[in-house]
Design a binder for this molecule. Structure first.
Ligand code: SAM
Length: 251
């Protein structure tokens, strides 16, 4: 499992973001919708693992599917009615084989995926469906490149390649595994707005502790100048390399 300080920082960042998360989660909604479209229309109990404010949970419930929302950041769950659980996707507080659908959009990249996979396999009923959207290594690539012009410090989180999942899923007892990658691109008017929106989402924890002071004014200007060279008609592009995973829990 992740070392506690990193997990605490991630939980605190999303907890602080809860009230304003929905106001900036445009790409996150598109990705959640694309993942919902890959789910079976009717199932028994569903789990929305790393639910955030419960966008997908509410969609499932509106369709008549009972759905548990689970997130480790309690403030994310506060505005959501129904049955919601504060818990960790690496160690789910649920009994084995209790859900027919494990749905998770944009949470696995914040956790140790090997634990998340093992827990998904444990709580899914035989024949149950896994539907996950997570982020691949090209995610935020423009921002990573821009910061390379500012200093030599890592400012963007590293994401696991799509190729790393199949063997782990098979070993955990999944079959019918399908993994597809698709780019989603967000646009911002300028670099400051982009960084502010990432912070408003709560998605700014990089992983390793960074020294204070960071790039300074000159470094930031170099990053801005580089990013400006990427500008498109819609604004500064920011790519999300989304990895969609679907699979069945072996019977
Ligand atoms: C980017 S948000 C996505 C929220 C929601 N699924 C959506 O599509 O809008 C990531 C969510 O995962 C949660 N999360 C991250 N790591 C987690 C963990 N180890 N256990 C439970 N939740 C976690 C965060 O608190 C946050 O609410």
């Amino acid at each position: 499992m992740q070392p506690d300080p990193e997990k605490r920082a991630i939980r605190a960042a999303f907890g602080k973001a809860a009230l304003r998360y929905d106001s900036v989660a445009h790409i996150q909604r598109c990705i959640a919708d694309a993942l919902l479209a890959k789910c079976p229309a009717t199932v028994g109990m569903a789990l929305d693992a790393g639910s955030g404010t419960g966008y997908a949970t509410e969609k499932f419930r509106a369709l008549g599917t009972a759905c548990l929302a689970l997130d480790h950041a309690v403030p994310m769950l506060l505005a959501l009615s129904g049955e919601n659980i504060c818990g960790d996707i690496e160690a789910l507080p649920l009994r084995s084989a209790c859900v027919a659908l494990y749905y998770s959009s944009l949470a696995w990249q914040w956790a140790d995926a090997s634990y998340a996979i093992a827990e998904a396999a444990r709580v899914l009923q035989p024949g149950g469906t896994l539907a996950v959207a997570t982020l691949g290594p090209a995610t935020l690539g423009e921002l990573r490149a821009a910061f390379r012009h500012a200093d030599n410090i890592e400012h963007v989180r590293r994401f696991m390649p799509a190729t790393s999942y199949a063997a782990q899923l098979t070993a955990a007892g999944f079959d019918g595994i399908e993994i597809q990658c698709k780019d989603f691109v967000a646009y911002a008017s300028d670099l400051r707005t982009m960084l502010r929106d990432i912070k408003t989402l709560g998605a700014h924890v990089v992983g390793k502790p960074r020294p204070p002071g960071l790039y300074g004014v000159q470094g930031f200007r170099r990053a801005e100048a580089y990013y400006h060279s990427l500008r498109e008609a819609a604004g500064l592009p920011l790519t999300y390399d989304v990895v969609f995973i679907t699979a069945q829990r072996a019977c």
